[in-house]
Design a binder for this molecule. Structure first.
Ligand code: FAD
Length: 430
């Protein structure tokens, strides 16, 4: 690395932190600026009545290789509980993938699934096989629903399998979601190695899993992490860049903010106008997490359950954060947005009673709605790359060009990709 390289990262979400950690791991110190009081962005710790909870329940899978690599470097991978994939939607549906080599784990798991007829199972097997034969690449993108129609996917498969996967991974309703991105998700999960479909459940608040460990690592390596340090703009200064309100000139700047924040940040850089025009077409989808604190632990046989019929989609037992604590996730837009908060709570409690029987007394509850939780992963979407028209200026975040929908792994891969571009560029200048 050039001794004169000075690197700034704007945004301390998982993308910005991943970029900083990757650079630090290669001996390069950075200055990271985060606007909020805490690091983590859309996957962060939130304080609630003396408890550390999350802004939103998150789930990782075994295919998150880059995220897991960084968590291992930081020794925080042990805070994730790894379990073979289990979709349990009591009393109607249950799919468990056994610990067998791929693709037998999917074949045997599907054959033994409860709640699917043999016709359903054959249709699912044919669908997965057909996608695999074409390497999960579609001749043209379109909505997930049209893909399922084309491959004769039954009502039961849509309801119990494909719609839950589409909502959980793409956070976009099937009628609007990109079939190609959906295929990438299937390729890397059900179509990947045996362990790629494993579920990794956070067993600590999200702050402890990555942001805290990353900040400690960065500081130990000589980097600066500054919170409550909003950057309002970036301008060119000679061969480098200046951040509004800062005196230092940086040779490299990585913009790792939410995509909706980028147009403001890049306003003084006309070369970046094509990027801001691209981002103007982005639509966003919400995620609501309902935190429920019961007087006693819920009678859950497993830490994660699917909920049928809406509005709640998934229930997570979070005894790791507090006894009797659970979270219910509602991904993407839907009729729940029209419900009053008391009506939504009652409907979700009704779903839990149906799945689990009588519930312990509810002591407290909190709804957290992230209105722009992720971009809507729609067909043939155009996304900006990591490098920009200005040498030295990079974009990182779940929204940049990749196979992935807006996920932790997408954010981390993007951050790591920026770090590698900077390291490679500096290498050629040596
Ligand atoms: C409720 C919810 C549930 C989710 N569930 C899952 C899940 O189960 N699995 C999964 O893989 N993904 C999930 N996601 C998606 C995942 O959280 C995101 O894809 C990921 O966190 C995005 O990270 P990022 O670093 O790209 O962006 P962000 O997290 O948005 O980070 C951007 C950072 O930049 C900071 N910033 C913005 N403007 C400025 C500025 N001007 N100056 C300085 N700093 C600035 C922000 O404060 C923020 O910290 C979920 C998201 C939400 C909201």
């Amino acid at each position: 690395m050039k001794p004169t390289a000075r690197i700034a990262i704007v945004g301390g979400g998982w993308a910005g932190l991943a970029c900083a950690v990757e650079l630090a791991a290669h001996g390069q110190a950075v200055s990271l600026f985060e606007a909020a009081k805490q690091l983590g962005g859309r996957a962060r710790r939130v304080e609630w009545q003396g408890l550390a909870i999350d802004n939103g329940q998150h789930l990782l899978i075994g295919a998150y290789h880059e995220t897991l690599r960084l968590l291992r470097l930081l020794s925080s991978d042990a805070l994730l509980e790894r379990r073979p994939l289990e979709f349990d939607q009591p009393p109607r549906f249950r799919l468990v993938l056994p610990k067998l080599p791929a693709p037998w784990h999917v074949a045997i798991g599907l054959a033994g699934a409860r709640g699917l007829s043999w016709r359903d199972k054959l249709a699912a097997a044919r669908f997965i096989h057909a996608l695999k034969r074409q390497d999960y690449r579609l001749p043209a993108d379109g909505p997930v629903r049209a893909l399922l129609d084309r491959y004769g996917q039954t009502e039961a498969l849509r309801r119990h399998l494909w719609e839950p996967i589409c909502l959980a991974a793409l956070n976009t309703p099937m009628a609007a979601a990109s079939a190609q991105v959906f295929c990438h998700v299937l390729r890397d999960s059900l179509g990947g190695g045996r362990a790629d479909s494993d579920l990794l459940l956070p067993r600590a608040d999200l702050g402890r899993i990555f942001p805290d460990a990353a900040a400690a690592y960065l500081q130990a390596q000589g980097s600066q992490v500054r919170i409550e340090a909003r950057i309002d703009g970036i301008e060119q200064h000679g061969q480098g860049f200046r951040l509004t309100g800062q005196t230092e000139v940086f040779s490299h700047v990585v913009c790792a903010t939410h995509p909706a924040q980028l147009p403001g940040l890049l306003a003084a850089l006309p070369e970046l106008e094509p990027v801001t025009r691209l981002l103007a077409d982005y639509a966003y989808q919400p995620i609501e997490t309902l935190w429920l604190r019961f007087a006693e632990p819920l009678p859950c046989a497993r830490p994660m359950l699917g909920l049928d019929d809406g509005p709640g989609q998934w229930l997570f037992e979070r005894a790791d954060l507090a006894s009797g604590l659970a979270s219910v996730v509602i991904s993407a837009e839907g009729p729940h947005l029209e419900m009053s908060k008391p009506a939504l709570l009652e409907a979700v409690l009704g779903q839990l009673r149906q799945a689990l029987g009588p519930l312990p007394a509810l002591r407290d509850h909190l709804s957290i709605v992230e209105k722009r939780a992720t971009f809507a992963a729609t067909p043939a979407m155009r996304r900006p790359g990591n490098a920009t028209a200005l040498p030295g200026l990079y974009l990182a975040g779940d929204h940049t060009q990749s196979d992935y929908p807006a996920t932790l792994e997408g954010a981390v891969r993007s951050g790591v990709a920026c770090a590698r571009l900077i390291l490679a560029e500096a290498e050629t200048l040596r």
